[in-house]
Design a protein around this ligand. Structure first.
Ligand code: 13P
Length: 246
């Protein structure tokens, strides 16, 4: 049986005091939570949030990392720096990284391999644009992003996938549980082809895109949906906690 994994991607929100307040509320209110949890604050907030979630059932995540360990990369943050702060998980290939900051599958693959080689858990995000869905290419796009994103990765034990249809992110439009489950099932098949059925059965595939307290339980009830990657609703304990305890 796969454990549910509910993650909050705080994106580019919050100051240190706001982040501390949210992290404190979450550790208190999720103490008795039964699933696996994560928060991914901005780089500048990680040092503030780290001691608050330390020893709790909430993992500490980052939203990105550089493709190289260190060097002349102005404006980037390295895996070594993230490790130093106690980060355990790195979200990679988020649609905002792919589409706004033009990260391609090759770059994302480099980051995935680097993060895994340093012992991090990776949440690899995949998902199609609206025009790709309308053109009947949703499965093919997700397949490509999984195949290329995981190229050269041998061990999936620290890899989580997150299906986030781009048209559902921050728009209030959630994929129906059936539509999301169909892509999750397809992606699981792709993983099975690449790594075998036992690995495909084990891998956690989160859904992301306008997850709210009102729709979390229906999404999680689907066979192939193993958790959520939550954006907007992760910014308040009042909305994240009911999702986390769906
Ligand atoms: P929203 O929950 O705001 O749609 O964001 C989803 C997301 O991109 C999480 O990574």
């Amino acid at each position: 049986m796969r454990d549910y994994y509910i993650a909050g991607n705080w994106k580019m929100h919050k100051t240190r005091s706001e982040a501390a307040e949210l992290a404190k509320a979450l550790t208190a209110q999720l103490k008795d939570g039964k699933h696996k949890y994560l928060v991914a604050p901005s780089f500048t907030l990680i040092e503030t949030v780290a001691p608050i979630v330390k020893g709790s059932n909430i993992r500490l995540g980052a939203q990105n990392c550089a493709q190289d360990e260190q060097g002349a990369h102005t404006g980037e943050v390295s895996v070594l720096q993230l490790k130093d702060l106690g980060v355990e998980t790195i979200i990679l290939g988020h649609s905002e990284r792919r589409h706004v900051y033009k990260e391609d599958d090759g770059l994302i693959n480099k980051k995935v391999k680097l993060a895994l080689s340093h012992g991090f858990e990776v949440i690899l995000c995949i998902g199609e644009l609206l025009e790709e869905r309308d053109a009947g290419k949703a499965e093919a796009v997700c397949e490509r992003q999984v195949v290329k994103g995981l190229e050269g990765v041998k061990d999936l034990s620290r890899v989580v996938l997150a299906y986030e249809p781009v048209w559902a992110i921050g728009t209030g439009k959630t994929a129906t549980p059936e539509d999301a489950d169909a892509i999750h099932a397809y992606v699981r098949q792709v993983v099975g082809r690449l790594y075998g059925n036992a690995e495909a059965e084990k891998i956690i595939i989160q859904y992301g895109g306008s997850v709210k307290p009102e729709n979390a339980a229906q999404l999680m009830a689907k066979e192939n949906i193993d958790g959520a990657l939550v954006g907007g609703a992760a910014l308040k304990a009042d909305s994240f906690v009911p999702i986390a305890k769906f």
